[in-house]
Design a protein around this ligand. Sequence first.
Ligand code: BGC
Length: 253
Amino acid sequence: MKVNILGIDIGGSGVKGALVNSETGDLEGERLRLPTPQPSTPQAVAQTVAAIVSHFAYSGPIGVGVPSLVINGVTKTAANIDHSWINYAARDALAQATGCAVTLLNDADAAGVAEMQFGAGRGERGVVMIFTLGTGIGSCMFVNGHLVPNLELGHIYLPGHRQDAEFYASDRARKEEELGWKKWATRLTEYLQYIEALFSPELLILGGGVSKKHEKFFPYLRVQARLLPAQLRNEAGIVGAAVAAWQEATGKT
Ligand code: BGC
């Protein structure tokens, strides 16, 4: 049965929401993007999420992706959002602010769920890893189609480095340091080869907004695994959050 589920993606600069067709993963109608309140406290962001829910006059279950490690509805870290998200009972707070049942998950996990269900990872078995390249580096892993949540591999240190890998190899690093495609791809190769040494994935899927320009940097990447650009791009977080909510609502997790 086709149902429209509201998926919401909380980011450092924008909170985006759209109704998602549970059967096809397509957005139904327009996506709404509101600026992330500054400071991005959970209370302020919950009001923005509530505004999105009202905009769509929606009352069903919602899926929400957040750039934080999430365990049982509690956000445990905060890399690109206000630090008051650390150890915050975010799922309950969002449920209270919106009146909706909330499925809360890491934003990269949400993007991965979408890619596996409707995008480049459809039908893929074995160890598949998906990275979202944006302000940070989001990461997720699927083993025979099952999500291993909360990997947070944007924060590992590469051998010989003294900072989080996402400061070195994210799309933000490319833009801020004005790196050319080849130079950035060399950094990304260093990162992905280290990931390969740790996890031996069979398939690597690279997402985030920059993946729409994959032909500019894929030719310079050197990895063992099969490499694919994400298909859902910027909408992946919204779609995956909605899929996760639908799976929870229907008990198909
Ligand atoms: C956060 C992750 C998030 C990623 C992409 C990282 O800085 O720690 O939770 O998935 O950025 O937004």
